[in-house]
Structure formats: structure tokens, C-alpha cells
Design a protein around this ligand. Structure first.
Ligand code: ADP
Length: 245
């Protein structure tokens, strides 16, 4: 109950970590971090630390899951037992099963699934440290891991949430804002195609607040998209340099 009275926005309009309402947390992205995966990416967004690995396209096992006209995308989102303050059970929770589905469905529209019938791709997301907004950061990283694996895609998918802290609409909620705040609106976007692939809402917002949150999240996704492209290019600069040596 005492948590409920904590102020999330100070007199200057700044948040607990000093951010302005429409400011993202610091983001660091690296592509191609795992040599045994076909594609991989690592993201730090604030205190979140997340690895995404992609295997495929490959023959599906069990075979009866294969589809004649398209590839099957599978996704496993998993939080490490040490990723949150109180040890999380390593067994898959209902939340992890749900987020695995949410992440998969956010990425599916971006992939030319019809190019590889009867095959499958596995995406593994490992949350090493969680601090709110892990589904969005996972989508951002997994989309880069797919691109790194050379999967033909319509666009990258960038994801970011906006929500409500005290009476203010804010971008990229951290864990405390997610828990104490009154609403959370995660959005995933294919920025070049201007198409939303994920829109969820947890909490209560007026229609005006909802529109403001969605627009703020879209702007956040566009900023993240620029960082994704930078990280992808950086990978190929280092590959070129290695080849030249
Ligand atoms: P998202 O991470 O996409 O915001 P949720 O809204 O379900 O998804 O979770 C918000 C945050 O709650 C997570 O990012 C994490 O910091 C925290 N959290 C999730 N599961 C647990 C858990 N089992 N124990 C402690 N904290 C958790």
C-alpha cells in the first residue's frame, strides 16, 4: 500500500530516473553476438539485458508440425532465475508462455514465411536481467537476430511501450513505473511500412490518453529503429574488416 503513494513524476516533471516523459532509456544493441546460432542480437535497454538467438530455416521436428505452404515460426521467451530480485522459478510460467506467443505474433508479419515451406525457425529469447518492458526489448532484439540469420523480411520490427505514471503519459516504462503506474501500452512497429504488429493495453486510459500513448510509443519505435539499423550496419563493417585482415 505504501508503494501506491510513491510519486513517479517530480515537481520539474521528471521521472524517478531523471528522464523526461517522452524520453527512452539508454539503449545499447549488438548484432551477431553468438557464434553457434544462425543469427543473434543482444540488447540493453535501461537495466534490461536480453539475448535473442535464431536457428533456421531448418527441417521441423516433430515433422507433423510442418506446413505445406509456409515456414513455421516458433518462439521461446525465458527469464533467467537471476533476472529479477526474487529468484524466478526456471520452469516456464504462464506469463512466459504468453509472452512467447506475443513476441512470435509481433514478428510473423515481418517475415516472408511463404519463401520456406515445410521448414521452421526457432527464436530463443533469454532475459538475463528484467526491469520492465522486456517483451518490447525482446521483439527489438529478436527481429535483429532474424535479420542477422539472413531471413528475408519486409522490415525490421521495433517495439516500445508507453503508459501512464501519476497523471502523465510516459515513454518506455521501467519496472517501478510499470508496477505503480496505472497503464502500459506496448507497441511493435514495422517503421518503414508504418504497420503496427503488436498493440496491447494493460490498465485504464481515456481515449485521448490512449491515443497519446500510442503515438508516443510509435515515436519511440522509430528512434529504436534507427539504433537497430546502426547495430546491423556495424556488424557488417566488422565482418568486412575481419575478411580484409
Ligand atoms: P514486460 O516485461 O513486457 O513489461 P510484464 O508487464 O509482464 O512484461 O512485466 C513487467 C516487469 O515485471 C518485467 O519486466 C520484470 O521486471 C517484472 N517481472 C516479471 N516477472 C517477474 C517475476 N516472476 N518476479 C519479479 N519480477 C517480475
Amino acid at each position: 500500500m505504501s508503494q501506491k503513494t510513491e510519486k513517479l513524476i517530480d515537481k520539474k516533471g521528471l521521472r524517478l530516473d531523471g528522464r523526461k516523459p517522452d524520453e527512452l532509456r539508454p539503449i545499447k544493441i549488438e548484432v551477431g553476438v553468438l557464434s553457434n546460432a544462425d543469427g543473434s542480437a543482444y540488447i540493453e535497454q535501461g537495466k534490461n539485458k536480453i539475448l535473442a538467438a535464431v536457428f533456421g530455416p531448418k527441417e521441423l521436428h516433430p515433422k507433423h508440425l510442418a506446413l505445406q505452404d509456409r515456414m513455421v515460426l516458433r518462439c521461446r521467451y525465458h527469464m533467467a532465475p537471476f533476472s529479477v530480485q526474487e529468484r524466478k522459478s526456471p520452469a516456464p510460467s504462464r506469463r512466459e508462455i504468453e509472452l512467447s506467443k506475443v513476441i512470435r505474433e509481433s514478428l510473423e508479419p515481418a517475415i516472408f514465411l511463404e519463401y520456406y515451406p515445410r521448414t521452421g525457425i526457432d527464436i530463443f529469447v533469454e532475459v538475463l536481467q528484467a526491469d520492465g518492458g522486456t517483451r518490447c526489448a525482446s521483439i527489438t532484439a529478436a527481429s535483429l537476430a532474424l535479420a542477422d540469420a539472413g531471413i528475408p523480411m519486409r522490415d525490421l520490427v521495433a517495439a516500445c511501450a508507453a503508459g501512464k505514471a501519476d497523471d502523465t503519459i510516459v515513454l518506455d516504462l521501467m519496472d517501478t513505473e510499470d508496477k505503480i503506474g496505472t497503464a502500459d501500452v506496448p507497441v511493435a512497429l514495422m517503421p518503414n511500412l508504418n504497420a503496427i504488429t503488436l498493440l496491447q493495453m494493460d490498465g485504464i486510459l481515456t481515449l485521448e490518453e490512449f491515443k497519446k500513448a500510442v503515438n508516443m510509443a510509435i515515436e519511440g519505435c522509430k528512434k529504436i529503429y534507427a539504433l537497430q539499423k546502426e547495430a546491423l550496419k556495424l556488424k557488417y563493417v566488422s565482418v568486412k574488416e575481419e575478411a580484409e585482415e
